[in-house]
Design a protein around this ligand. Structure first.
Ligand SMILES: C[S@@+](CC[C@H](N)C(=O)[O-])C[C@H]1O[C@@H](n2cnc3c(N)ncnc32)[C@H](O)[C@@H]1O
Length: 190
């Protein structure tokens, strides 16, 4: 399907974003979302991913963070905050080491200067990875994070491999091929 067709499909189904189809594909391939999960959605606005998780597993408990506001979703606890300050959100901090799934669709604002953008993406990915490691349950946690194909990706993957038992890369069909966007998946030991 052409990239723009995903946006049309999202609109037709009343979904908040075309990003929903990317997460849907990754979840169907990894089986990372189970019933009754505790889920942290980082960079959640406008809310497509949170809405998908809630619709797929209504018994899951979802916490979502974004710099931007997000229209409410029933059963989703949303905090308008920078991911850098996640430890200051008491409701989330109390759940440290308890999350079953952390999902991140974060992307920094791009400057157009390749070296700067690659460094900013890497830095944001490393911050997100640290948050995931701190907040995931050590026995059965899973992590899905957006990144980009660039000169820092190998270094990022090594960091993932240092923290997760299994690491995989996904390029969902709904992801524009020219964007270089990819998703890294990490699983804690069972
Ligand atoms: C591609 S959008 C997420 C789309 C979402 N997954 C969906 O399906 O609706 C990326 C989001 O990351 C957020 N973001 C970027 N940097 C952030 C930061 N440092 N802390 C929190 N959110 C951030 C942006 O505000 C933006 O809403």
């Amino acid at each position: 399907m052409h990239a723009d067709s995903w946006a049309l499909k999202a609109k037709k189904h009343g979904l908040r974003s075309r990003a929903v189809f990317k997460l849907e594909e990754i979840l169907s391939r990894t089986k990372a979302l189970k019933k009754n999960s505790l889920v942290l959605d980082i960079g959640s606005a406008p809310g497509g991913w949170s809405e998908l998780v809630k619709a797929s597993t209504p018994s899951s408990n979802i916490y979502a963070i974004d710099l931007l506001p997000m229209d409410p979703i029933e059963g989703v606890h949303f905090f308008q905050e920078d991911i850098l300050n996640v430890d200051e959100i008491k409701d989330i901090f109390l759940l440290k080491s308890k999350f079953n799934l952390v999902i991140s669709d974060l992307a920094p604002n791009l400057t157009g200067i390749r070296a700067v953008d690659e460094e900013n993406i890497f830095e944001l990915n490393i911050i997100t990875l640290r948050v995931a490691v701190n907040y995931l349950c050590k026995s059965n946690g899973a992590f899905i994070m957006k990144s980009f194909q660039n000169s820092m990706l190998k270094k990022l993957r090594i960091e993932m491999e240092n923290n997760f038992n299994l690491v995989q890369t996904y390029k969902p069909a709904a992801s524009k091929s020219k964007s270089g966007e990819i998703y890294l998946y990490g699983e804690m030991p069972k």
